[in-house]
Every structure is written in C-alpha cells, then in structure tokens.
Design a protein around this ligand. Structure first.
Ligand code: NAD
Length: 458
C-alpha cells in the first residue's frame, strides 16, 4: 500500500504497513516536457535498424537475471506476493527476453509483395512516443510485455508504473537504462492524475494494462486526438469442469489459480461451473486443498497467500463477499476475519447468476463454485459477463472439451491447463477485456504504423 504526499510517493509494505522507500511524484504539468524529450530521442532511436536496437537491449537479460533475488524481494515487500513468486516473475522476464526480442524481430521485418503489375514494400514503422501505463499485480512483467515491443519497434517510451509499486517500476527502468541511450525509456511517477496527464499529452500510442473502468476512460480521452491505444483489461475468468474431467487435476488447478497472488491475477479463476454429477466430489477435493493454503508474510517461504496489496483492495473484496452472502451464497470455507491486509482464502457455493459476485471482477482470494446441469448451461453462464479474457475447460474427451472451448467468448482458452498459449501465441482479451493486445506476430505489429511504398513493374 502506498500513500501520496504532495511531492513524494511513499511505498508501504502491505504485510507490515512499514515504509520501504519513496519516489518523487512527477508534477502532471511537466509530463509534456518529458514526452518532448522522448520525441527528440526517438529521431536517432527510430533511425537505427531493428538489429541495432535489439543488440542494445539483449544484454539486459543477464542483468535482470543477476538482480532477480533483489528485485523479487523488493516486489514481495512492495506488493506482498510470496517471495518465490516475486523472484519467479523476474526470472521469467529475464529468461523470456531473448525469445521475445527474436519474435519481435521476425514480426517486424519489412515485406515485399509482387502481383506481376506492381511491386510493394511493406514497412512496420514506429509511431513515435509511446506512453505505457501498468498495474501493480505483475509489476515487472507487465512493463516488460509492453515496453519492449514498443522500444524494439523504434518508439521511445514514457512509462508510468502503478502508484502501488513505484520502486519495482523504478528498478525496471533502471536495469534497462543501463543499456539504452538517454531519453529512450523515461519513467514518471504518480497515480491516476499522472496517468491521465500522460494520456492527454503529445504521445502517439498508449499501451495500458489495468482495470476495465480505467481502460474505458483512456479510450474516451485518447479518442479526441485519434491516438492509437492498446488496452489489456480485467477479466472474470470461468473454469468449466465437465463430468468426464480428472477431478484431482481439476481441483489442483482450481486451488492454484483461484488463490495465486492472493487472487490478484487478471486470469485468476473467478468462477467455477461444475456438472452436477461430479459436483460433490469436486467440491470436496477443492476444500481439502484450500484448507492447506498458508496465509502470511510473503517473505516466509512456506507462505502460499500473502496480504492483499492494500487496505482499499481488501475492503473491496470483503464488500463483494458480504453482498454475495446477503444474496444467498453459502460459505463452504474461509470468510474468517484477519488482521492487516490479509483475507482468508474463501470458497463459496450455492451460487447463481443473479448474484453480483458471478459477474463482477473480484481480484481477491475467493473461489466461486456453481453447479450446472450440462455443458450447454456451463457455456451460457460462462459467457454471461461483459469480460472475455481467459477461460479453462477440464474434461478428458479432447473433442468434447475443444467443442466447449470454441463456444466461449474468451480470447484465451486452456484445456486441462491455464489459458496462456504456446510460445509465440498472443496474450489477448476479447470483448471488454481488451482493445488491441500484445504478444505474437499480431500483437507485436500493433506497436507499429504499417506503411507501403509501391512501384509499377516493367
Ligand atoms: P487500475 O486500472 O486501477 O490502474 C492501472 C494503472 O493505470 C495504474 O498505473 C494507475 O495509476 C493508472 N490509472 C488509473 N486510472 C487511470 C486513468 N483514468 N487514466 C490513466 N491512467 C490511469 O488497475 P490496477 O488496480 O492497478 O490493476 C488491476 C487491474 O488490472 C485488474 O482489473 C486486472 O484484471 C487488470 N490486469 C489486466 C491484465 C491483462 O493482461 N489483461 C494484466 C494485469 C492486470
């Protein structure tokens, strides 16, 4: 949790409430100057070849790897996730960087078309300056997935990390700036006010990861100038457990993905639809796993669930839980009061779709299990939200599970596993979970302006 003073943003450890450091807030009225510096730097950066830019960025992988323990520990003390997950996030970013750079390079190579009458060269050019605005739940990985495609494409970047994780955001910028020319990657600090000022500034492209409400506001604000926007937003991911599913692995997945990072993951399992015939056994298997989840300070290596990022986030989750109970949900496990920013992992049953908790994003450690009579009902309910980020289907008949998957409105569906795809697959939210996306050939190209130059063929 952080508190803002007029000139500094103080970062508080959500497990202890203690201050762990601060950063200067960037006055909103100076953000245009920051963007102007980015525009000056873009001239030389954009004139480099793809290979030259990539060669400058590539050594950052080793530097990130060398600092993964330090930055992972900082992440745990700044936003609460268990230490292995914090270090794991930074290691994952380091390990993934070379492949990410190679896949962007191949996606952005110019193309040549020839129809016998006209020859056309197709270029993936930079837009100019890109504003990147990111959340706190994956405070190293989210900047990496948006800043790197923007930079490699030849844009310069002004990034604004979440006000909840300014120190990890600063560590991200510092490690990359060891390798980048001045002005290519700049960081500003602050909250929504700085985010809004960055959107209103002279940037050409906004790459945003965060809530649906903020995304709607950004789209509206950027629309006046027809700025390009890439919005990766929240979700309400369903899990469908078919009656031929392997119950042990379905329960393992549900327990892991409902509670990982204290439920503060955009693709957390927020709703579970289980066929009636296997519902008792599935619920039993899930409850057995949830009662073993240890809640505590993320620095303790036995902790599975850390604190929520802030008191405000805790209050939002508890308010949703209270409403669900008033609307008739049954608490099958959890819902015990906890001190500080902790929330007990909770399992709700006896649910139906008139309840808000089945349709609004929770972003907390609550698993909602609802019984359905068949896969048709499961699909109908799974699609009954404005969101469309991820979804999972558990079932042992591959054709049947895939048939269910193809009826879901989510952008990413996993069968008997999480929703993230193979290397090279995009990270894509459908419906109101996304407007544009990153990753894969199609995602990388969204950070570029396509241009063509054609000549007649003799
Ligand atoms: P948030 O929208 O409150 O804030 C995200 C960032 O936007 C912060 O840096 C904040 O300061 C800034 N901001 C807020 N309002 C703004 C506005 N009107 N204009 C410009 N900037 C603004 O989200 P959060 O609480 O930090 O993160 C949690 C949300 O992010 C959840 O909804 C989660 O699902 C989503 N998320 C999505 C993905 C994805 O890949 N789709 C990944 C991670 C998180």
């Amino acid at each position: 949790m952080t508190t803002a003073t007029p000139s500094t943003l103080e970062s508080l450890n959500p497990a202890t409430g203690e201050s762990i450091g601060s950063v200067p807030i960037t006055p909103a009225e100076t953000i245009n100057d920051v963007v102007s510096r980015g525009r000056e730097a873009q001239v030389a950066w954009g004139a480099m070849s793809l290979t030259e830019r990539i060669n400058l960025i590539r050594p950052a992988a080793e530097a990130i790897k060398a600092r993964s323990n330090e930055i992972g520990a900082l992440m745990t003390s700044e936003m609460g996730k268990p230490i292995a997950e914090g270090e794991g996030e930074v290691d994952y970013a380091a390990a993934g960087l070379p492949g990410l750079l190679d896949s962007i390079a191949s996606a952005l190579e110019p193309e040549h078309l020839d129809d016998g009458r006209t020859e056309t060269d197709l270029y993936y050019d930079p837009f100019g300056v890109c504003g990147v605005i990111t959340p706190w739940n994956f405070p190293f990985l989210m900047p990496q997935q948006t800043v790197i495609p923007a930079l490699v494409a030849g844009n310069t970047v002004v990034m604004k990390p979440s006000e909840e994780t300014p120190l990890v955001g600063q560590a991200f910028a510092d490690v990359y700036n060891e390798f980048l020319p001045e002005g290519v990657l700049q960081i500003i600090h602050g909250d929504e006010a700085q985010g809004k000022a960055l959107v209103k500034s002279d940037v050409n492209l906004i790459a945003f990861v965060g809530s649906r409400a903020a995304g709607q506001h950004i789209l509206e604000s950027a629309g006046g100038d027809l700025k390009r926007v890439i919005l990766e937003l929240g979700g309400k991911d369903p899990m469908i457990v078919l009656d031929d599913a392997d119950l042990e692995s379905a329960a393992d997945f549900a327990a892991m993905n409902s509670f990982r990072n204290c439920g503060q993951v955009c693709v957390s399992t927020e709703r579970i639809y289980v066929q009636e015939g296997i519902a008792n056994d599935f619920e039993q298997a899930l409850l057995e796993r949830v009662k073993d989840l240890k809640v505590g300070d993320g620095t303790d290596t036995t902790t599975r669930i850390g604190p929520m990022v802030s008191q405000q986030q805790k209050e939002m989750v508890l308010a949703q839980l209270e409403t669900a109970k008033q609307q008739g949900a049954t608490v099958a496990h959890g819902d015990v009061p906890m001190d500080g920013n902790y929330v007990a992992p909770t399992v709700l049953t006896g649910l139906d779709h008139s309840m808000n908790i089945m349709r609004d994003e929770t972003f907390g450690p609550i698993a909602c299990v609802m019984r359905v009579k068949d896969e048709g009902e499961a699909v109908k309910l799974a699609n009954d939200t404005p969101y469309g980020l991820g979804a999972v289907v558990f079932g042992s008949d591959a054709d049947r599970a895939k048939g269910v998957a193809r009826q879901l409105t989510a952008g990413m569906v996993g069968i008997n596993q999480g929703c993230g795809g193979a290397k090279g697959a995009p990270w894509v939210g459908a419906q109101q979970s996304g407007y544009g996306f990153h990753g894969g050939v199609h995602g990388h190209r969204q950070f570029t302006q396509v241009r063509i130059v054609s000549t007649p063929k003799d």
